[in-house]
Design a protein around this ligand. Structure first.
Ligand code: 2M8
Length: 450
């Protein structure tokens, strides 16, 4: 029997201990101590989902701090290297590799950042915080929050739609597997095959000081990550140039689904603030058509990422194919068929897994690896998106069951970064922020719905 109060208490202490106070009203949630010491883009938004329930001020500080790293063109980098110059290298690749301030005028002066982005969850998180503040403090303070963040969010979304979807397909192009957030996923293997790194500088992996190398990407993949980052730097992080010459260009299904969810929140904000809405409505319509035109594979009856270079779907069986359901816009006939996958031993049905939670890659896929990051393990942010999808389709019983399995898992194992589907063992970093944050979000939801 899970002790909810104990779970709540321990999740909150993970978030509290990972908080970094920068002074002057700024601060952020580290994803985890040691391995991820800086501020990560979508991690801060996930953390906000947890904090919003009991300390919305902190979640606002986290997002406010994140937007200090926004570039002049609206781009929001995936890492902000706060306070780094005086310290030895804590994380590789650090600011010395990206050198954004040296190669582009668009980068902010006050904080060094990376030159790639991540799934834009911020408008979703902000809308969630807004609703909490509205319920506790009333409309005036809540609206003030929207007015503060709206211009920055709008600029970010506009950048993504204009610069990362010049085709107007409704789907966003990523230039680096790390932009997907599902970094090492086999989703990218085929598109990475053509990348042959050359002239790489000598570098030292720092991640494997903290986590066993068997749970981290292989050297062969890491070399490609560094090579692609350096290629982007050569263009001065210019989207047009990268569109023309970069060797990794993929329409990312999950990134685009998250942007769609975020665009919807942006639309609600615009309506609250009496701002023009037609451009946002246009973005929503593009995805509503585009996700079928670009990502739906008729023969497999499945959604996939689309490789712009080979002009092919990337057909590896991963949980990412289920993320579009969190948008609620896929016809329920397709949802009903796809959700049956979860009942198969391929995913977590028929007792195939220690906990009935979605693994990141189908267990029977030839590329499934039980313990290597993003190549098989259970991630709770992914399960949280599925939980939202189940609710959107009225599968409340199933959504409740999923939440219960999450509570059982973290009570037994702790708030790890990811978990083995086969044994449930906690893997990667300990006391991981988004694991704690999405657990809290599900917990508050469960407690408030009786
Ligand atoms: C992982 O990615 C970083 C690179 O950005 C890494 O492995 O060093 C991913 O899981 C990513 O989605 C996440 O945002 C980041 C921090 O938690 O770690």
């Amino acid at each position: 029997m899970v002790d909810y109060r104990h779970l709540e208490h321990s999740a909150k202490s993970v978030l509290r201990n990972n908080w970094v106070d920068l002074g002057k009203g700024l601060g952020y949630t580290q994803p985890a101590q040691g391995i991820y010491p800086y501020q990560w883009n979508w991690d801060s938004a996930f953390a906000a989902y947890g904090f919003a329930h009991y300390d919305p001020t902190r979640s606002l500080t986290d997002l406010r701090t994140l937007f200090q790293g926004q570039w002049q063109n609206g781009f929001l980098p995936h890492i902000l290297f706060w306070d780094v110059p005086a310290q030895p290298e804590l994380y590789y690749p650090g600011p010395q590799l990206w050198e954004v301030q040296k190669v582009t005028e668009l980068a902010p002066k006050k904080v060094a950042t990376s030159g790639i982005t991540q799934p834009p969850l911020q408008a979703m998180a902000l809308w969630h915080i807004y609703k909490e503040i509205l319920a506790r403090q009333g409309p005036a303070p809540a609206k003030k929050i929207l007015a503060e963040f709206y211009p920055r969010l709008y600029k970010l979304h506009q950048f993504l739609h204009q610069k990362r979807d010049p085709e107007g397909s409704g789907l966003i192009t990523i230039f680096h597997p790390w932009e997907s957030g599902f970094d090492n996923s086999p989703r990218w293997d085929e598109a990475l095959e053509r990348i042959i790194p050359n002239n790489l500088p000598k570098y030292q992996r720092l991640d494997i000081r903290f986590v066993k190398s068997a749970q981290r990407p292989r050297k062969k993949q890491y070399d490609k990550y560094i090579y692609l980052a350096l290629k982007l730097k050569q263009t001065g992080y210019d989207s047009e140039k990268s569109y023309a010459e970069h060797p990794f260009k993929v329409k990312d299904l999950t990134f685009s689904s998250i942007l769609y969810l975020a665009d919807k929140r942006l639309l609600y904000m615009a309506q609250e603030l009496d701002q023009p809405t037609s451009e946002i409505k246009g973005w929503l319509e593009r995805f509503e058509k585009g996700v079928f035109q670009t990502c739906w594979h008729q023969e497999d009856q499945m959604f996939y990422d689309f490789d712009l270079i080979s002009q092919k779907h990337l057909r590896t069986q991963t949980a990412s194919s289920l993320v579009p359901f969190s948008t609620g816009l896929i016809p329920s006939s397709i949802f009903q068929k796809t959700i049956k996958l979860l009942e198969k031993a391929d995913y977590c049905g028929q007792g195939a897994c220690a906990y009935e939670l979605l693994p990141s890659v189908a267990i029977q896929s030839p590329v499934f690896e039980d313990s290597r990051y993003w190549r098989g393990p259970i991630w709770l942010n992914l399960n949280w998106l599925l939980w939202r999808g189940l609710q959107a389709y009225g599968y409340h019983q199933r959504a409740r069951h999923l939440a219960q399995e999450v509570f059982r898992l973290v009570s037994d194992q702790g708030f790890y970064e990811f978990f083995s589907p086969l044994t449930g063992q906690g893997l990667g970093a300990k006391n991981f922020s988004w694991t704690a944050a999405v657990t809290l979000d599900m917990l508050y939801h469960t407690l408030s719905s009786g």
